[in-house]
Design a protein around this ligand. Sequence first.
Ligand code: SAH
Length: 269
Amino acid sequence: MSRLPRFPLGLQQLQGKTVSRREDAAVVRPQRPVQQAALDLARQVLPSGLGLDSAAVRRRMVDRLRAAGLHNETVLQALRSVERHRFVDSALANQAYEDTSLPIGLSQTISKPSVVGHMLALLFEGAHAREHGNLGRVLEIGTGCGYQAALLLQLGRQVVSIERLQALHERARDNLAQLRHGDLRLVFGDGMLGHPPRAPYHSIVAAAGGEQLPKAWLDQLAVGGRLVAPMHAGNAGGQRLVIVDRGPDGLSTLHQDAVHFVPLKSGTE
Ligand code: SAH
């Protein structure tokens, strides 16, 4: 596994030293940070020598997500199969299966697996998804590193994913190049405009939150379709997840849990 971070020899030596002196608390005291480093190191090492590309590592992550209340088996299966560590910097790979958001460069983050799973499960409760058992034609705003796009590709029939930062768009293209199956279109552009050529969409999901939902997203939502996006919660501050369904008679909106996503910005960079 060339992408896995290697621990410097020095730390391993220090770890041995700390353990051998553990009984002598008073003497060891000035070395506390070293001891802490050894503990951190021990926490980072994967159990029983499993590689990050082992299915068992992801199965454990999925077991934890299920125990924490995520019950959509289709979403859990997708989370089990996509190798999240391949989408983050190799220095962070050993945290890829913890339930934590991680930096992906340019001040952006990949969301926690539990948040991604929750949003995907919410999409599955839309009318089209319930009827057809898949997310249909999907629009994702904020490709980032491409992790969620890889999940969406397993859950929908077609995926369009838009990113406004060219460097991230290109990185996602590289990260997703290995996934040859599925109908995926990665677009470099301002996702606030949606993507009219493939509209309407049965599922729209945003990974960045603005003051309001752009009109283009609502216009491009199919009848039976569902949109899930973070949005500023007004004077109260913070963000909330907003769910919009388009029924035969128009739109209905539901405000859900407090969340924390990066800001939705217009234009491209
Ligand atoms: N789903 C992503 C998470 C990316 S973070 C993943 O799995 O990695 C959110 C992303 O939204 C950032 O990359 C940010 O650049 C992008 N973003 C913000 N505003 C946008 C806009 N108007 N159009 C497209 N992307 C946008």
